[in-house]
Ligand binder design. Structure first.
Ligand SMILES: Cc1cc2nc3c(=O)[nH]c(=O)nc-3n(C[C@H](O)[C@H](O)[C@H](O)COP(=O)(O)OP(=O)(O)OC[C@H]3O[C@@H](n4cnc5c(N)ncnc54)[C@H](O)[C@@H]3O)c2cc1C
Length: 438
């Protein structure tokens, strides 16, 4: 089958722009055979390849990616490795589900942290925690107060923070209240993804700039790229939303685009005017209307705002220019003491969601496994999905596979154009209903 829709990462990712240059691994050339293909070098594929290599030290794993490490969604996100569910429910079933998610997410964070420490990956990895933050009293009442009750039921540590104390932490009086939880890790995602790609075990060969344009699933798996082919008996699919073109998960995935901007570094005078010394990260109580933000170790401010339906998985330059202007306006509203600070980098990335928030995980055929559809929390979800797909594929007994399976399977979506209409209407409604959180 032909694979027509290929990833097209523009060169706008701010996280990689602030790093030193990196030489990509050579593209696939000629005809290669191996024991395994892992398709996609995001968090899921990187974790799957690393785990396969550990589980099968005598086997050869080929990891293929259409682009370069750190330029994909994994390298251009907001850099939160999240250990708690976004929305915790209070019933016993929901609490047990939250415990399962936390076990999985914390295993992923430990896996990433071990790689960061073992290989000295310079990605500003830091267990800074995060502030879940409401702009309006309504957001505080409807989301933060129930969240506190649920954290208590889960026996999870947190701090309630509001008023002048919150302003002192974030340097902005735009927010009403926040719940601080300590388990989230903040980092530069491009540096982390590059670091993971550059420190893979010796029995993994990574080919970058190698888009798969044709796939055959007879007598094993054969993938064709512009420079050559790779043929293996077994595959782990980790191409996230692009995997549906390979015939997997038909009509199960929603493609969204998310936008982010990174300011230039604040000067010393601006840092004094801003008045906050410690880095922080905040997530909004509503992901559609609200803004994810960070103050980084190198004194930049990140804004992640705008989430829209994007079935084409493409973003125009005009749309990005409009986003940049909007992000500057939002920045000025929150940080009026920093009027001269421009958004140095603005970029977009594609995320893959399922209707019911379930991952595309498991065995798809006797020789094919998958770890896709991370529902916009791919740092941890992609990592644990990749690890557990590799364990499942190699018959490695891991009790967390049961936790992973309990997350369910992606539900089928209505056909287009009904889907398009429904999703666009729903997103507009979300924005309107939560406009007090903007
Ligand atoms: C702006 C933004 C902010 C976000 N913030 C966060 C956050 O703070 N925390 C968080 O957890 N998540 C966040 N996310 C979501 C997160 O980035 C994704 O969930 C995660 O990167 C998905 O990882 P993955 O490995 O599944 O997929 P990807 O990173 O998308 O990797 C899939 C890979 O498959 C490759 N591929 C696809 N098709 C082909 C082909 N035909 N041939 C070869 N290779 C192919 C692609 O090139 C790509 O590298 C954010 C996303 C965006 C865009």
């Amino acid at each position: 089958m032909k694979i027509n829709r290929l990833p097209k990462d523009d060169k706008t990712n701010g996280w990689s722009a602030i790093l030193p240059g990196r030489t990509a691994r050579p593209p696939l050339a000629g005809d290669v055979t191996a024991d395994w293909i892992v398709l996609g070098a995001g968090y899921a594929g990187l974790a799957a390849a690393r785990r396969l290599a550990q589980n099968c030290p005598d086997q050869h794993i080929v990891l293929l990616d259409a682009g370069q490490a750190g330029e994909n969604a994994s390298g251009r996100n907001s850099g939160f490795a999240i250990d708690l569910p976004h929305n915790v429910g209070s019933s016993l079933d929901e609490l047990e589900g939250s415990h399962r998610f936390m076990r999985l997410a914390r295993m992923a964070i430990d896996h990433l942290e071990e790689a960061v420490k073992t290989h000295d990956i310079a990605c500003d990895w830091s267990r800074d925690g995060k502030y879940h933050t409401a702009v309006s009293p309504r957001g505080t009442r409807d989301v933060l107060e129930p969240f506190v009750k649920e954290l208590e039921a889960l026996n999870e540590p947190f701090t309630w923070i509001d008023g002048a104390d919150l302003k002192a932490k974030l340097g902005s009086d735009h927010f009403t209240a926040a719940v601080y939880t300590p388990g989230c890790v903040l980092m530069n995602p491009a540096a982390l993804t590059r670091g993971l790609a550059d420190t893979l075990p010796e029995n993994v060969t990574l080919f970058e700039n190698s888009p798969v344009t044709e796939a055959q699933f007879e007598n094993g798996v054969t993938f064709t790229t512009p420079g050559g082919t790779v043929r293996t008996p077994k595959l782990i699919m980790a191409a996230n939303g692009f995997s549906e073109q390979f015939g997997f998960f038909p009509r199960r995935f929603l493609h969204l685009v998310a936008h982010a901007s990174l300011s230039r570094r604040l000067t010393e005078t601006e840092q004094r005017a801003y008045g906050v010394a410690a880095p922080w990260g905040l997530t909004p109580v509503n992901a559609f209307a609200g803004i994810t933000m960070r103050y980084t170790n190198d004194n930049r401010i990140l804004i992640r705002q705008g989430l829209s339906y994007c079935p084409s998985q493409r973003v125009s330059a005009a749309e990005q220019a409009a986003v940049k202007r909007r992000h500057k306006k939002l920045f000025d509203q929150r940080f009026p003491m920093l009027p001269e600070v421009e958004m140095e980098h603005t970029w977009s990335g594609i995320v893959c969601l399922s209707r019911n928030g379930a991952p595309g995980f498991g065995q798809l055929a006797p020789n094919i496994w998958s770890a896709v559809c991370q529902n916009a929390v791919g740092v941890t979800k992609g990592t644990f999905g990749g690890i557990l797909a590799a364990d499942m594929a190699t018959g490695h007994d891991n009790p967390l596979i049961a936790d992973m399976k309990s997350l369910g399977e992606p539900e089928q979506l209505p056909p287009r154009p009904f889907l398009d209409l429904g999703v666009r209407t729903r997103f507009q409604w979300e924005l309107w209903a939560n406009r007090h959180e903007a």
